[in-house]
Design a binder for this molecule. Structure first.
Ligand SMILES: [Zn+2]
Length: 467
């Protein structure tokens, strides 16, 4: 392709700049003046813009929310959307997460793959395009967000300051073109019970976030010694695949029970073991008859339980272009006679979220539990036959020789969904391991160089014609 030699010539600079960016721990922190997402994301954003300026491009910082590196002139705007923030590194790394160490052609570090490699690949693609002196007819803007991982407040802010690109791609996903993304719906279930005074179940507490399959759920039961023995027998007798712990505190007659399952992403609930569901099954079996809470628990077990497709809630929607709906109960908190439970739903592209909400309200203790939307990010779909999709598919097929490749849809959300005419496009090649958010995240240098060549060609072809 046209720009390969320019990218190859810049190989060392590309690798060095990715390493420098990875060494900045750009996890969201407390906001500071002019740094809406805290120190790390701000530093990474400024580093990226400085890298752009030092290559001679015009740059702009939008109050620490997002930045822009621009080349070209004309009415039309082509956007390339990347992000410099990262998720927390977590435990268990073999290589220090911000060392950017290179081993066997891979750069290790949090953010190396997601999305710092793509940031630098896009920048050097733009440099290659300029160096070639091939004329273009539009402006190309690399738009750099600082809050993709923890709220996506960056691109909406950018769009209050700048015109939306006419077309855009976001290198933050697998190749080839991702033309559709599933919808994201988070619901909060709330109920206040009428009982006065403490019951036998005094507390239930499980999970860390709606979008994570809870690995742990605990409860505190007020039971005398005799009742305690009955409950422990029930607990021990459950053949569920959960680990079960208990501890009795005789002075206050409190029995603490903990159910341990397996954490996983809420988008793949079948790969985890939901500890909240384990707890609910146990509490129903323990059968504390006078507890009003038990109505809720029984309903949970009948309508949710360890089912992940929402079928008992009559929201097991599916369509011809995406994977079926997934339902994950992520958190529960019961105390002082009130329960709050959060669920994370990924729904098919052609499904209307109102139908899901209605069916859940009609099927889960109708009229008795408040069910509200905590988060909604509607599904995203771009015409497969559009100029944008066809151009990018053509470039991908030519660059890889994979002529059978077809555009795809996915479960994960990218910046593409915040624009009207945008798709996700690489940098992960088929057969490569998805490293986003993993321990020992790495970026394969050969792959990111190949991606940079594809991005240069894409920038050129999208900006070459007045389309
Ligand atoms: Zn990302």
């Amino acid at each position: 392709m046209l720009f390969d030699s320019y990218i190859d010539a810049d190989k060392d600079s590309i690798v060095r700049e990715i390493q420098n960016l990875v060494r900045i721990r750009s996890v969201e922190e407390q906001p500071e003046e002019g740094k809406p997402f805290g120190k790390g994301p701000d530093e990474a954003l400024r580093y990226m813009l400085q890298a752009g300026r030092s290559l001679g491009f015009d740059t702009e910082n939008f109050d620490g929310y997002a930045g822009q590196i621009e080349y070209g002139s004309g009415q039309g705007i082509v956007g390339v959307l990347v992000h410099v923030d990262v998720v927390p590194e977590g435990d268990g790394w073999t290589h220090p997460p911000y060392s950017a160490k290179i081993i066997d052609g891979k750069i290790y570090g949090r953010g190396a793959y997601d999305d710092k490699g793509a940031c630098i690949a896009a920048l050097y693609a733009l440099k290659a395009l300029r160096a070639s002196q091939i004329p273009i007819r539009k402006r190309i803007r690399i738009i750099i967000g600082a809050n993709e991982e923890t709220g996506m407040k960056d691109i909406p802010y950018y769009l209050t300051k700048e015109r939306e690109p006419d077309m855009a791609f976001s290198p933050d996903a697998p190749f080839p073109v991702v033309y559709g993304e599933k919808g994201i719906l988070e619901l909060v279930f709330r109920k206040k019970f009428r009982q006065d005074g403490p019951g036998i179940i005094s507390r239930i507490d499980g999970g860390t976030a709606a979008k994570i399959v809870p690995g742990r759920c605990s409860c505190v039961l007020r039971v005398n010694t005799e009742e305690k023995d009955r409950v422990i027998t029930i607990l021990s007798g459950m053949k569920t695949g959960f680990e079960k712990l208990h501890e009795y505190e005789p002075e206050h007659q409190e029995l603490s029970v903990t159910i341990i399952g397996k954490e996983a992403y809420g988008t793949t609930p079948d790969q985890g073991k939901n500890a909240i569901s384990g707890m609910m099954a146990f509490l129903e079996k323990a059968d504390f008859m006078e507890e009003e809470l038990l109505t809720f628990i029984r309903e949970y077990n009948r309508k949710i339980g360890e089912e992940y497709d929402g079928s008992a809630l009559k929201c097991n929607f599916s369509d011809d272009i995406s994977t079926p709906l997934t339902f994950n109960t992520g958190t529960v908190l019961y105390e002082n006679g009130s329960i709050e439970m959060k669920a994370h739903i990924r729904y098919p592209i052609r499904t209307d979220h109102e139908d899901i909400l209605r069916n859940i309200r009609d099927n889960f203790l109708p009229g008795d539990v408040s069910i509200e939307i905590d988060r909604l990010s509607k599904a995203h779909l771009i015409d497969k036959e559009s100029f944008l999709v066809k151009k990018l598919m053509g470039i991908y097929r030519e660059a890889t020789g994979d002529t059978a490749a077809e555009p795809e849809t996915m479960t994960g959300g990218t910046y593409a969904r915040s624009l009207n005419n945008a798709v996700a496009f690489g940098p992960l090649f088929p057969g490569e391991k998805q490293m986003a958010h993993s321990t020992d995240e790495y970026l394969t240098i050969a792959s990111i160089l190949k991606a940079a060549k594809i991005y240069a060609q894409a920038m050129y072809e999208l900006a070459a014609e007045e389309q």
